[in-house]
Structures are given as structure tokens and as C-alpha cells.
Design a protein around this ligand. Structure first.
Ligand code: DGY
Length: 329
């Protein structure tokens, strides 16, 4: 595998977590790593990618036809994320550029975060902590900071992929009946398949696990929130783009739903003066679903493996556009 990759030049758009992934890449290729903590600006990305055979990108890099045209030697783009909405996959396929992603290795970690958001929102942890630090913690009061019960509440999973299933299992462990919706029923999914409208109407907690694409963009808007219970909590650890944020803010302000907890927003980072943050009963964390050292290192290793396989002309474990690979054979 490494004989072809050994002659390859690759650009990595951020320092990788752990030492093993970058060492494996350096052992096989000439490696250039972006030195900043922030993503490379677009012109810098194009300049550093020029002349490279492969790119290892983060979800912050927009990889589209214009970028690929600016670096026509690039044959493989390994995205260190399970989501690949930052990549124009048809544009890559058209140009014979193989794209890989990193599914499977962040499932449990992201599910943990989704469930942490569910519990934190249900039990109003952020408000409680703010009260402790803000000096408004008074004597124990039987009616203060009352939250919503989790055991026995219905959990609705939208998007029955790996992460959705892992959140469903957590819900069952907490005594929650689980509903799920998606394009079709999934064998052995831990829950009952229902149409989306029924899920929204019946769930106490709605947790989103769909990829962002043209079918899902903005799927949670006024209509979806209006279908949900007034006591419901909306949780999103997928992508900010699946939500119409103005509609979410309206729903929270009007009491159409009770609360929301988000790991993902549009844009990211969300400016502190974004109107969404003025909405009540909203918990937002900064896209940390996969943020543990072990998981991020596994994601980096899988991205490196995808890049090396693609450069060596082998089928990677997780090709996003296998057509591009087939076409090059
Ligand atoms: C992904 O891999 O798509 C996640 O959003 C990163 O945390």
C-alpha cells in the first residue's frame, strides 16, 4: 500500500490528535500540516493543496469544484468526520476524486453527548449552575428549578443510523419508550418505527441524527415544531443546517415546545449576539459530540487509513463515493 503513497504529497488542514495518526501518514507520504488552530482560509487551503495528491480535511473546510479545480493533482480527500456535507461529493466524483469519511468510531461518544444534552436540558443543569455561580441559589425550595422527568418519557429518534440507535439504547436504559423515523424501518433498531409526523406528535424528547443534505436542510421548521408537544424538548447533535433556527427561536419564545439543546448550529461558531441565543430554555454547546481524546484519535487514524488506501489505489474502508474509486481502477 505504501509504495504508491510513499511518493504522494498530502496536506492536512489541522494538527491531528494523538501522535500515531500523523506518524503513520509521515511514514508513507510527504506531509504538510496547517499550523493554525483555526481552519485555513480558502485561498491558503487552495495554495497549500496545490500540487498535492491527497487532502486530510476537517468538517470546517468547504471542498467544492472550484477548490478541486485549483488543485487538479488531488486524487483523494479524507474527511475527518462522519458527516461530509462540507464536501461537494458530485463535484468530487465528476473529477474522479475519491472522498472518505470516518463512521463508526464516534458513535458511542456522540450518543453520550446527545444523552447528556437530553438529561441536562430535562433537569435544567445550566440554569442551576448559573444560579450557584451567580449568587441566586437560595434556601432549598420545593418549587424551584423543576425539570422534566426522563424515565417513562417517550424518546423520538429522527434518523435511525448508528448514532440514532446508540441514543435509542441509552433511552431504553433510562426506561424510555423509543420511537424512530427514517426513510424505512431498520431491522433490530431498538424502538418502534413510526412516520415522522407521528413521532413529532408523540415524543417528549426528539433527538435528531440525520445527515445534512438537500432532503434534510431546514426540515425542522415552524411546521415540525408546531406538531411537537408543548412540553417537548428538541435535541440536535447532527448538523445545524437541518434546523430553521429562526423557527426554533420562535417556537421556544411562544412555548410551542418547552426546550432545546443543541451541539450544532448555523453558523459555527455561533456569535454571542446571534438572535437564537436570546431564546428561552435553550442549551447550546460548541459542536463537541465527538470530543474525547480517544475518539478524535480514532477519527484521525481512520482518516489517515482512508487517505493512504485511496492514494495506493486500494478501496478504502469508508468510501463516500465508491464510483470515483471504481472509475479510476
Ligand atoms: C462528525 O464527525 O460529523 C461530527 O460532527 C464531528 O464531531
Amino acid at each position: 500500500m505504501t509504495s504508491t503513497a510513499a511518493r504522494s504529497r498530502v496536506f492536512v488542514t489541522r494538527a491531528l490528535p494523538g501522535s500515531a495518526p500523523i506518524e503513520a501518514l509521515r511514514a508513507a507520504c510527504a506531509v504538510d500540516v496547517w499550523e493554525g488552530d483555526e481552519p485555513p482560509p480558502r485561498d491558503a487551503l487552495a495554495a497549500r493543496a496545490a500540487g498535492c495528491d491527497g487532502l486530510l480535511t476537517m468538517l470546517t473546510e468547504r471542498v467544492d469544484g472550484a477548490l478541486l479545480d485549483a488543485c487538479p493533482t488531488v486524487r483523494v480527500v479524507a474527511n475527518m468526520a462522519v458527516g461530509f456535507d462540507n464536501i461537494d461529493v458530485p463535484a468530487a466524483t465528476e473529477r474522479g476524486v475519491l472522498v472518505t469519511n470516518t463512521p463508526g468510531v464516534l458513535t458511542e461518544t456522540t450518543a453520550d453527548l446527545a444523552f447528556a444534552l437530553l438529561l441536562a436540558s430535562a433537569r435544567r443543569l445550566a440554569e442551576g449552575e448559573a444560579a450557584v455561580r451567580g449568587g441566586t441559589w437560595g434556601p432549598w425550595n420545593p418549587s424551584w428549578l423543576l425539570g422534566r422527568e426522563v424515565a417513562g418519557a417517550t424518546l423520538g429518534i429522527v434518523g435511525p443510523g448508528r448514532i440514532g440507535a446508540a441514543v435509542a439504547r441509552r433511552g431504553q436504559g433510562f426506561g424510555m419508550p423509543v420511537l424512530y423515523s427514517g426513510r424505512r424501518a431498520v431491522e433490530d433498531f431498538p424502538g418502534a418505527f413510526v412516520p415522522l409526523d407521528a413521532l413529532l406528535e408523540r415524543s417528549d424528547f426528539v433527538s435528531v441524527h440525520v445527515p445534512l443534505n438537500e432532503d434534510t436542510a431546514g426540515m425542522f421548521g415552524d411546521e415540525a415544531f408546531a406538531r411537537m408537544k408543548r412540553t417537548a424538548t428538541f435535541i440536535n447533535t447532527a448538523r445545524g443546517g437541518v434546523v430553521d433556527q429562526a423557527a426554533l427561536a420562535r417556537a421556544l419564545r411562544a412555548g410551542t415546545i418547552a426546550a432545546a439543546a443543541l451541539d450544532v448550529t448555523t453558523p459555527e461558531p455561533l456569535p454571542p449576539d446571534d438572535p437564537l441565543l436570546g431564546a428561552p430554555h435553550l442549551l447550546v454547546v460548541p459542536h463537541v459530540g465527538s470530543a474525547t481524546g480517544q475518539t478524535r484519535e480514532r477519527m484521525a487514524s481512520l482518516a489517515v487509513a482512508g487517505l493512504l488506501a485511496g492514494l495506493a489505489g486500494e478501496r478504502p474502508q469508508h468510501p463516500v463515493n465508491p464510483d470515483a474509486w471504481e472509475r479510476r481502477r
